[in-house]
Write a protein that binds this ligand. Structure first.
Ligand SMILES: O=C1O[C@H](COP(=O)(O)O)[C@@H](O)[C@H](O)[C@H]1O
Length: 239
């Protein structure tokens, strides 16, 4: 596991903002655009706020950036639980990015089954029109149960090998949509953000799980094509 340990969530967010900016600039230099898949949940909130501020709001090539989500709660966009709504409030409403470059997972005028089909089509069309075959960078978090995106341990969604997006639910029964291992693991780079003492035990388990042939935790099953980096804070890290 390639892991960088920072003092606290603020330092993790700063390092992640720098990393995203650098990766975006390189991608745009190489091929003219940057495809970014965002994480949901609470951990990336500070990162999204930082990206809306200087120096990142100026340094990021927002006009060449295309944004997707790794998962979504099946709630309306401005619901407090919406991953899209959260990122919009913290980041997108504050910066200069075309709404045509933002690809939220649809959750209105549809149902979870259709939404999954629709989102896969949206990603495929975007890839085709950009001559892309993968996300350049996928951001992910990890729950204290080892889930990532909305791939929860032992659920059917984790075993999906063909579809790129599936409907699923969390253990409390909340309806969600998630990208699956085939598309997540096609990403060129993966950046995990993990903070807080409540993640410490699972981070250790996931590190061990990654070394096993048969893995138990979805977070351990994720591997980017070129790089998988974990940025964690010292509270989550067992030295
Ligand atoms: O990758 C992800 O991880 C989280 C864990 O969330 P957090 O609130 O503990 O940061 C997950 O639930 C989220 O939707 C997802 O994109």
């Amino acid at each position: 596991m390639e892991i960088e340990v920072y003092e606290n969530v603020a330092a993790v967010s700063e390092a992640a903002a720098q990393y995203i900016c650098r990766t975006a600039q390189e991608a745009v230099r190489e091929k003219g655009h940057f495809l970014l898949a965002l994480a949901g949940g609470r951990t990336p909130n500070l990162l999204y706020r930082r990206l809306a501020e200087q120096p990142y709001c100026s340094k990021m090539p927002w006009q060449q950036t295309f944004v997707f989500w790794g998962d979504e709660r099946f709630v309306p966009p401005l619901h407090i639980d919406s991953n899209y709504g959260t990122a919009w409030l913290q980041l997108f409403r504050k910066i200069n990015i075309s709404s045509e470059h933002i690809y939220p997972i649809p959750t209105i005028f549809t149902n979870p089954d259709n939404s999954a089909i629709l989102y896969e089509q949206m990603i495929r069309r975007a890839f085709t029109s950009l001559s892309a075959k993968q996300f350049d960078l996928t951001l992910l978090g990890m729950g204290d149960d080892g889930h990532t995106a909305s791939l929860f341990p032992g659920r059917e969604a984790v075993a999906e090998r063909v579809r790129w997006v599936v409907p699923t639910e969390n253990p409390a029964g909340q309806q969600r949509l998630s990208l699956t291992l085939p598309i997540l693991n096609e990403s060129k780079q993966i950046l995990f953000l993990v903070t807080g003492v409540e993640k410490k035990a699972m981070l250790q388990k996931v590190a061990n799980d990654q070394r096993q042939e048969i893995k138990q935790y979805p977070a351990a099953m994720i591997k980017g094509r070129a790089r998988t980096l974990w940025m964690v804070d010292s509270a989550a890290y067992e030295s």
